[in-house]
Design a protein around this ligand. Sequence first.
Ligand SMILES: O=P(O)(O)O[C@H]1O[C@H](CO)[C@@H](O)[C@H]1O
Length: 304
Amino acid sequence: MVASDMLHSNNNTHVPPPDHPVINPKNYDDLLTVVSAIRAQVDVPLEAEIGIICGSGLGVIGDQVENPIVIPYSKIPGFPVTNVPGHKGNLLFGTIAGKKVVCMQGRFHPYEHQMNTALCALPVRVMHQFGIKTMIVSNAAGGINKNFQYGDLMLIKDHIFLPGLAGHSPLIGLKDPRYGRLFTSLHDAYNKDLRNLAIAVANAKKMRLFEGVFVMSGGPQYESPAEVNMFKTVGADALGMSTCHEVIVARQCGITCLGFSLITNIANLNVENSVEVSHAEVLETAKEAGERASSFVCDIIANM
Ligand SMILES: O=P(O)(O)O[C@H]1O[C@H](CO)[C@@H](O)[C@H]1O
């Protein structure tokens, strides 16, 4: 069975009980309940300054966390779970380069959860409760920019959040003032100082690194060539099905963000010579590039 066939075959090691109810992400007290449930799992205080989100096949970044405390999502009452191959479904607490981190080894995609972007971004609020001030978010993405090759890394300098523009913002319906400003500004969503730091790290490592605009579509189907052309026309360089809702929530929480895409496939621009895109291919490229991506993240953290 190839990875793409396993999308609904629950290949995770941590299968939640069927009665695993998910909290209401728009109820702030429910959020605090989840945080307490996580704290109750271990007998040491949990805190972190940096949050990390691993994209498809990029769980290897989480493997860099030293002395990790591993909490499976399925063991956290009220927390969603993920069945997407390449997302392990663990929350890790530990250190990287001496800095306290919390890492999501697996994320929630809106297409898995009825486009409930608030629920999918809930872990960002949880990480915020544990003290993070900075978040590094990664994803696997299709390359639109003609200069991109398989395995390239693209720093996200800005985004186009298609589901958000179509009414699926994670901030809709938040009434509790403890959430922060409803009218969140995205003027510096992908922080310039952190991008400059990442560029300096890449230069020191003699790594290929691009900067570009990331577009999030709803998925789970991959985009048609006509859709990819539309995204190219509006200025997108890479496309995926995650990240934007997480960064928006992070910005509402006042968290500074750095984001990057691993180009796992080249998006089809020409219907006449288009090729099949598969999650198996995405995972294969992520596997090849994973070590480079995780070493990049570790060096950025070391230099923060
Ligand atoms: O965004 P991440 O989690 O890296 O996953 C990407 O890979 C999957 C498609 O292959 C989609 O879920 C897309 O969003």
